[in-house]
Design a protein around this ligand. Structure first.
Ligand code: ZN
Ligand code: ZN
Length: 641
């Protein structure tokens, strides 16, 4: 051919960059025989083609050319096999490499990690006579990436003890491992190393540090790390926003989101997922809609994770129709989206439709996973569909071979309990292979309350209280069960225990959004500027309700008081304050959407039914467990919650 070597390489590079690997290969076939550096170029260029046949051709040419003893060329070939995922060929090549070095081992470890075969990666790692930082990083990262966090941290300890230095990748991986395990002590140590290496302000390390703290519930420390970073990027903003969202600081999420935009960063799909979930938490429909518009503008409205949070946001804000719209408008829905929309139906008490959708999903060839079944079981338990629920639980285990988690058992216990099969529910908890937590017992106790089985409640309650002496909801629930069975002695027992252990009742808080502004109400909190007016309004409303037949249910009040006091207390439950405020400040006919952190009490439930009729208003209340759509004196839950 007679070309000079440099111009050959230029021509080769041009061909490769155009993706004409085959042509490059044919053109330089003869030159390859004498120059291993050409091999390296060609092997590298071959990676994006993912072509096994081309790789094999290059491999055999490498052997015939006699260049196979060149360690650069052979490592490039090893890398090619690893990157295209043919680890069998890669291992075979590795075993026969005449001049194997650390690089060769690292390549193979990365290859095994990439396909998730950590056992083989570990084997290569163990057999390597010499390792460098990249070797350790590859193995630590691989373990953490597949959630073998403990093993990852253990390995990191070994690396540290042997005196290897660390880089950004090591620290990033180890911190991810600490976050996964929520081990803040180990994380603090890593923080110390980062400071020593002068890497604490690095973009990757800083964000990983903050993530580690916030994942472990240490929001303040996490925020401090981010705020101390001289330069931030979208990842650091997202870490901060997600940290706040995961720690239940939903208001803070929206503040940070606005600050991020002011600082000139463009939110991405990860930002939107956090911000939309906070809108779901707060049920701030107006803000949610605004973010939806920004999602569309940012061009991420077809990202599955974003659509999924949009569905949840609309559903949680009481707009089932908009949730459904987001689902049906999406092309290429996957099992996550199907599950989200099934869950939305369940949340709104439309169990039949949830099941119909599941059947359609199966017909269209999607395979339900454990999240889908959780949504279905939830829907059944909230609609009192016992038989269907049990049938689905059976289907999940028998046909789909899925292993139920504690959440699934909790749904089934709820299902059995609500329909009065208390013994069966208890037997399920006692025989299930996973460890029971307070929530599942409280679920059974709630069922005892509905079915007025104070004996069972007492027997179980004592046990559960012993295990969860700090759970205020548990005391309130038990005390209410005994009160409605008129067992005053038992009521005072529970209350004494609560007082002795200095457990405070979680205060009920309700809130509603009017014109993008959120108003919060607590019982007995008269600091609200319109409190006098609200109080007066409620007084008039109460007389009107009584004329229509409303009788206050003072049985659900916990305190020692006379009846008049009890009635006053009931009349000022946070949801009643919020509804009164809403009625006073919105035009007629506009539906009210009120959120409450605890379950709605029986009296408020009865009262809101009257209010919806007297004021001819649709009132939607989301409490700690579900949605109540009040309309014309009725509630969508059918008094079943
Ligand atoms: Zn109430
Ligand atoms: Zn209801």
């Amino acid at each position: 051919m007679g070309k000079s070597c440099t111009s050959s390489i230029e021509q080769l590079t041009t061909l490769c960059s155009k993706g004409l690997i085959k042509q490059a290969f044919d053109t330089f076939k003869s030159e390859l025989l004498s120059d291993p550096s050409i091999f390296s170029h060609l092997l590298k260029a071959c990676i994006p083609t993912k072509s096994l046949s081309l790789s094999k051709q290059l491999h055999s040419l490498l052997i015939t050319s006699g260049c196979s003893s060149d360690k650069f060329a052979s490592n490039h070939l090893l890398n090619l096999y690893s990157k295209i995922g043919d680890l069998q060929s890669a291992s075979a090549l590795f075993r026969h490499l005449p001049r194997r070095n650390i690089m060769s081992g690292n390549i193979l470890i990365n290859g095994f990690v990439q396909i998730g075969d950590l056992e083989s990666a570990q084997k290569v790692f163990d057999e390597m006579p010499e390792r460098n930082m990249a070797t350790w990083n590859a193995m630590v990262t691989g373990l953490v990436q597949f959630e073998f966090n403990e093993e990852g941290l253990e390995l990191f300890k070994g690396m540290h003890e042997l005196g290897f230095s660390m880089d950004v990748f090591t620290l990033g991986s180890v911190l991810r491992g600490c976050a996964g395990l929520r081990v803040v002590n180990a994380g603090c140590q890593v923080h110390g190393y980062a400071v020593k290496c002068g890497l604490e302000f690095n973009l990757v390390v800083g964000s990983s540090l903050a993530h580690m703290y916030m994942r472990s519930g240490r929001l303040v420390e996490g925020e401090k790390v981010i705020k101390s970073m001289p330069i931030r990027n979208v990842v650091s903003w997202n870490t901060l926003i997600a940290g706040k969202a995961q720690n239940g600081q939903s208001e803070g999420v929206l503040d940070q989101y606005n600050m991020m935009k002011i600082a000139g960063f463009r939110p991405d799909k990860i930002t939107f997922v956090s911000v939309l979930s906070s809108c779901s938490e707060l049920a701030t429909l107006g803000q949610g809609q605004q973010i939806h518009a920004e999602v569309i503008k940012a061009g991420v409205s077809s990202v599955v994770a974003v659509i999924s949070t949009l569905i949840t946001m609309y559903s949680r804000c009481g707009c089932l129709e908009d949730a459904l719209k987001a689902f049906w408008e999406c092309e290429g829905a996957d099992v996550v989206l199907w599950s989200s929309v099934i869950s939305a139906y369940g949340f709104h008490g439309r169990g039949e439709e949830a099941i119909k959708l599941f059947e359609q999903m199966e017909q269209e060839g999607f395979e339900a996973n454990d999240v889908t079944f959780l949504s279905l079981l939830y829907a059944c338990s909230h609609c009192g569909m016992k038989e269907k629920g049990l049938e689905l639980f059976d289907l999940m285990v028998q046909k789909y071979g899925l292993i139920p988690k504690l959440e699934h058992y909790t749904c089934v216990v709820d299902l059995l309990g609500r329909s009065g099969c208390l013994e069966e529910a208890e037997a399920m908890i006692r025989s299930m292979p996973v460890k029971a937590d307070a929530i599942i017992w409280i679920t059974l106790l709630s069922a005892c309350k509905i079915h007025k089985n104070a004996d069972m409640a007492r027997r179980i309650g004592q046990d559960v209280l012993r295990q969860n002496p700090e759970d205020s909801a548990l005391y309130v629930l038990l005390s209410n069960i005994h009160a409605s069975a008129k067992r005053w002695e038992a009521v005072s027992e529970v209350r004494t225990a609560m007082r002795d252990r200095k457990v405070k009742k979680e205060p009920g808080i309700s809130w509603l959004e009017i014109k993008n502004k959120v108003y919060q109400f607590r019982m007995g909190d008269n600091s609200h500027p319109q409190y006098m007016a609200i109080d007066l309004y409620l007084k008039e409303l109460r007389s009107e309700m009584k004329l229509h037949g409303y009788v206050p249910d003072t049985g659900s009040v916990l305190h020692d008081m006379d009846n008049e006091e009890k009635e006053y207390d009931l009349a000022h439950h946070s949801e009643k304050l919020a509804i009164a405020f809403g009625l006073m400040n919105t035009p007629e006919g506009v539906p009210l959407r009120v959120m409450k952190n605890l379950r709605v009490c029986i009296d408020c439930h009865v009262a809101i039914k009257y209010i919806s009729q007297i004021k001819n208003r649709e009132i939607i209340v989301r409490d700690a467990s579900r949605f109540h759509h009040f309309k014309n004196g009725k509630c969508s839950c059918g008094d079943y919650w």
